[in-house]
Design a binder for this molecule. Structure first.
Ligand code: C2E
Ligand code: MG
Ligand code: MG
Ligand code: MG
Length: 249
């Protein structure tokens, strides 16, 4: 099943995205998290049909919400794995998921990691360009944990960088992590990219990121990834808003 985690805009305080995150719930047993099965699915190749299911489900859910007038203007973010992105027909897989669901490309964001791109930059650039031309948004996940050639970064048609949670964790106490986060924000902005910080758990981390000009945040401070009914409940209780700093504070 998919759970969905809110992504919030710091300037407006509004919900701007929902990241679809895979969960495996064997009947009568504890929930299994992606860290325990995605690597195996990658190895066996099962990630390809699983990833296709994720894309279809996320697009179908997005279309449902948009039709119901819920989460209007909120983008659905879906993770693509290395193996999935490397498939010859990844572009048509995305196209089909959009066509079958009736979900507009501009409501979809695909998250890929640096290694996905750097594996084969030439092919990746072409694939990303085709996805971008369709109107799908693209972001680089876990940024800073892999390696990227900055010259490629400049050429990729991407919209956002996601600062990895490992840099955010100690951002207020570790000067090196703070420096890395600041540098990523500056790099993103000078390349005209948005920057989103992952794994924000405290008001202090949020305040630091806000001060550095970070655009969006995602993390337990706002909400854990949630099942559909819980997420809809939060939304209708008007709880998916972030306090916006008033001038003078
Ligand atoms: P990711 O794409 O970087 O997703 C963010 C992960 O950080 C999620 O873990 C989320 O629950 C967790 N997280 C978010 N905020 C916080 C926080 O404040 N504190 C802490 N400690 N953790 C936070 P999750 O759901 O276990 O997923 C782990 C990874 O598995 C994802 O990292 C992604 O790489 C992969 N994954 C999840 N779903 C899919 C999928 O549908 N397809 C593919 N290919 N990969 C997926
Ligand atoms: Mg992600
Ligand atoms: Mg990440
Ligand atoms: Mg990841």
């Amino acid at each position: 099943m998919l759970h969905y985690q809110p992504q919030m805009d710091l300037a407006s305080g509004a919900l701007v995205g929902l990241e679809a995150l895979l969960r495996w719930q064997p009947p009568g047993q504890a929930m299994i998290y992606p860290g325990d099965f995605i690597p195996i699915a990658e190895e066996t190749g099962l990630i390809v049909p699983i990833g296709e299911w994720v894309l279809r489900s996320a697009c179908a859910q997005q279309k449902k919400w948009q039709d119901a007038g819920m989460f209007a203007g909120v983008r659905m973010a879906v993770n693509l794995s290395t193996r999935q992105f490397g498939q010859q027909d990844i572009v048509s897989t995305v196209l089909n998921a959009l066509a079958e669901s009736g979900c507009s490309p501009s409501w979809l964001e695909l998250e890929i990691t640096e290694s996905v791109i750097m594996d084969n930059p030439q092919a990746a650039t072409e694939t990303l360009q085709r996805l971008s031309d369709m109107g799908v948004h693209l972001s680089i996940d876990d940024f800073g944990t892999g390696y990227s050639s900055l010259s490629y970064l400049k050429r990729f048609p991407i919209d956002a960088l996601k600062i990895d949670r490992s840099f955010v964790r100690d951002i207020t106490v570790d000067a090196d992590d703070a420096a890395i986060a600041q540098a990523v924000i500056a790099l993103a902005h000078s390349l005209k990219l948005k920057v989103i910080a992952e794994g924000v758990e405290t008001a202090e981390q949020l305040a630091f990121l806000r001060k550095q000009g970070c655009d969006q945040i995602q993390g337990y401070y706002v909400s854990q990834p949630l099942a559909i009914d819980k997420l809809e409940q939060l939304m209708s209780d008007n709880k998916l808003r972030l306090a916006v700093e008033t001038p003078g504070h």
